[in-house]
Design a protein around this ligand. Sequence first.
Ligand code: EPZ
Length: 416
Amino acid sequence: MDSIYIGGGRELKGSVLISGAKNAVLPMMAASLLADGTTTIENVPNLRDTITMASLLEVTGAEVNLDFPSLSVNTSTMDTPKAPYELVKTMRASFYVLGPLLSRFGEAKVSLPGGCAWGPRPVDFHLRALKKMGASIKLKEGYVLAKAPYLKGCSVRFDFPSVGATGNILMAATRARGTTTIENAAMEPEIEQLAEMLKLMGAQIEGIGTSYLTVHGVEHLKPITISVIPDRIEIGTFLIAGALMGKVTVKNSVPSQLTSLLEKLHSAGTQVDIDRESITASFTGRVNPVDLTTAVYPGFPTDLQAQWIAFMCLADGSSMLTDSVYHDRFSHVPELNRLGADIKTEHNTAFVRGVKKLKGAEVMSTDIRASASLIIAGLAAEGETLVSRIYHIDRGYENIVGKFQSLGAEIKRIKS
Ligand code: EPZ
């Protein structure tokens, strides 16, 4: 397993170009299964997860051509409504193919996603809604066996605005008989782009960008060409690094998708400059402690929680960070404490006492965003840090080592 070596304490200066959004492209790849013909997706990030999803589409019999940053999916050869455990266990987003396969074939055999580093990740919202749409759902040997001669429109309401469940049901509803309404739908920009893509394919969707979606089922969806939006979580990761260690400009961003982060950076004493698509975060000599609670969009993203904690480790004072989306997403905390941080967790809150400095050490990555948190902390620490198990970061960040090197960081990948 590869590691990342970091020589900490260097100032970061410069600009980076952000890759396409992982959490947008994965459902969009699943949505391509709904079209009759060849869909092309541009600005696809080169990640383990996009490679996994491409393999999953190939398992269904579709003809997939992945030549980063372009992807094409020809569905004319699809013949296998399956998503095997060996792929699904490595990436929960594989579950996105359930809706499209069921809609296209009238049946699907999709492995239940496992848990992840921070606990169980249920899919009950997805299954309950599909049952309401007329599917029979059986669980057998870790697989979901779904059958529906056809899906019928119905009214769905999610107890929690689940990103994945919103995406799955939205895709299933596009070719259902009748009208489906989704109440308490996720409003993340990635789901908004999925809905826009489906609309371009001929789906009839109202309320895009709101928490109440209406979908009038149609017979067929046509293939299109579409480009993936920039990854707002990658943008936030680099802005937090700039806020802590120098001056970082993200060139291709969408400031309106990051208002909660930008407000918190401002409260932390960071200088934030916005110029149309580019955002610059500059360290101003001090970091104020800032409490926050993560929330669904447009609140502060849970996917930036770990990175924010790394930032607060060096604040002038104590801060509290509560994750209201995932109550136990703190596997990065013990690793940050190995770097000299002073963090305690209780239930779904981390109490961070700012320290004067962090000291490099060997640490272990446990999930995508925890890895980013350890890299930020390692870059800010004095001395050398070695981050192991970085296959996690390869799942969600394209060329993060090269991007940080371009900002002046002393960072390199060490092949195992
Ligand atoms: C998506 O996961 C993202 N992944 C996650 O990003 C992100 O953290 C999460 O949304 C929240 O924003 C992708 O888009 C591929 P949810 P998802 O369904 O869809 C509960 C990253 O680092 N829930 O919105 O799995 C669930 O347990 C990843 O890029 C149910 O109870 O998240 C959680 O507490 C990590 N039953 C909450 O809802 C369900 O059927 C939010 O989950 C579904 C969800």
